[in-house]
Structures are given as C-alpha cells and as structure tokens.
Design a binder for this molecule. Sequence first.
Ligand code: ATP
Ligand code: MG
Length: 317
Amino acid sequence: MEAVCAEEVWKSYGKTVALQGSSLTVEQGEILALLGANGSGKTTLTKTLVTLLVKDSGRIHILGYDIDSNPTQVRQLVGYVGQDTERSAYARLTVVENLMFFGRLRNMRPAEIRSRIEKLSYHFEFNEHLNKQFMHLSGGQKQTVVIMRALLHDPTVLFLDEPTKGLDPVISCRIRNYLKAYIKQEGKSLLLTSHMMNEVEEMADRVALIRKGKVLFTERPNTMKAALGPQDMIEIRSEGLPEATIQKILNLPSVVKQLHRKPEWTCFGVSDFFEGTSEILRVLKEDGLRLPIRHREITLEDAFIHHVGGLDESLER
Ligand SMILES: Nc1ncnc2c1ncn2[C@@H]1O[C@H](COP(=O)(O)OP(=O)(O)OP(=O)(O)O)[C@@H](O)[C@H]1O
Ligand SMILES: [Mg+2]
C-alpha cells in the first residue's frame, strides 16, 4: 500500500485553476520531492493532501484511508510544515507552551509531549530556546519550532513545504540528517517541496515535477539528469561572448546543446569532456577570445531549469 496516492486532483481558487488533474504516489519509506516553479501548485497540492484545503475533484488516499471519508484518521497520521512560519505558532507563548498546546490538541499526554520535546530539542540543539516566546525567536529558530511541531506526534507521513528555508547551513544539515534517518530507519514517508536542488539531490529517492498544476513525471534524480543527454558541461563567461561564437560552438561535433544561459556563464553540454574542451578552446582562439572557461558535471538544477526554466506558471484566465 502506498503512503500517499493522489489521482487526478483538481483545485481552483475562483478563476485561478491551481491544480489540473495532478496525480502522484509516495511509497512507504520513500522521500519524494515535489519540484516546480513558483505558482506551479506545490503548496496547493500539499495542503490538499493533508486535508487543509478541500479539492474540487479527484481521489486521495493516505495509507489506504480515503481523505474524504476518513479525514480524522488521516490527520492523525500526517505531520505538516507549511510555508507560513509566522502563523504556525502563537507569538506570545513560549516554545514549550506552543508544543504542549499542539500536542494536547492531538490528544497526547503531557508526559509524552515533554519526552518528545526533550528528544527533538536534543537533536536540533534547541534546548536554550525552549522557554523563549515564539515572537522573540529568529526566523530560522521559528522554522525549527514549526518542524518540531510537525514531528511531535511521531507522524507516519510527513509533508514539508520548504522546511529548511531560512535555516543556516549547519542547522539545515542537522535537520536533513534527522529527517532522512527518521524516514529510512522507521519506515515513514516524506513529501518534500524545496527550491534548493542540492537538498533535493541529497534527500530525494524520486522527484515529481509539477507544471501549471499538473504532475508531468516522477523520476529518480539520476534518471532526470541522464535524460538531458550530455553529463558534462563546459561553461564560458558570458560577458564578451558574441552570438556568432556561440553559434560556431553549437556546430562543433562534441557539443550536444546549449543547455541554458545564465547572466554570468553560458553552458554547453558536451558528449566527451576532452574533445569538447579542445574544440571549444580552438573556436575561442580563432575568434581571438581569451574568456574564462570551466567544467562541471550536470546537476539536478540543470534538469530543473531545462524543464521549467523561465516559464510563467500562472494559470490566471
Ligand atoms: N489563497 C489563494 N487564493 C487565490 N489564489 C491562490 C491562493 N493560493 C494560491 N493561489 C494561486 O494558485 C496557484 C498555485 O499556487 P501555490 O501556492 O500552490 O504554488 P507553489 O508551487 O506552492 O508556489 P511557490 O513555489 O511560490 O511556493 C498560483 O497561481 C497562485 O497564485
Ligand atoms: Mg508554495
């Protein structure tokens, strides 16, 4: 049985169609990253899956429970971190008071809540902040509280909407490691949205790509990168690189394609690193250009930009 199974989910906000027939599955023990441009429907789909939004049509099952007929069971099984950190806890309550409150809402016993708080704050090195009012925490500290809140009742299926935004590299690494262990060692499941491709590469077993409210495909990160063709990139500093030279480079036998052009670097995919580099250097020399050039392997970010880059995801009609 899948942890999450969504079939043909539609959702509109007035005239804005946010989801148009989105389908995806998350297996038990799996981390699935939901990727897509701003406004593509990730938050809407996530909120619909955790029963915070009511879909217009489609079918959703969480661990076999239909969310329409068993919303209470579903809410007990899921943990959720939303994008709105500020409104996810009470400003004037301390961290402990907040967590006690949300734990009690879930019918947890006070002793049980205290022991979970102790465990989580140990893992996230958060002990010194437990008695501070939520409003007096920094942005990253607030986000950590929201993650602790989502993990409090030991949920079976986690839904985290950009969980590590605003966190410094040390704490976000600590939280990623904790989450990976939590999912893998305890057989839980995680649906994650993130715009940080290194985070997705590190964590996700599979990636679902959503565009304009529809999940286009679900693939392993490596398969998604392999589908781009070339696995090596040669980048040339964009400033001072004329269009005519770009065209010459694109006609070279080892250059497969121009993957994208960033403001600073123009990227070419090559079928063979050594051949491609020497051919490109020859063209630059011919054209009298002494521009910086560098090599790197293809990343998930390249694949993401290839699929959704620069497109306006708005579905306003
Ligand atoms: N409460 C709302 N009322 C009206 N329209 C909304 C509302 N929430 C989202 N939308 C619209 O629905 C679409 C999908 O939004 P959603 O928040 O799901 O995108 P997202 O993929 O989570 O984007 P981001 O990466 O910026 O978080 C967008 O066109 C957005 O403008
Ligand atoms: Mg969002």
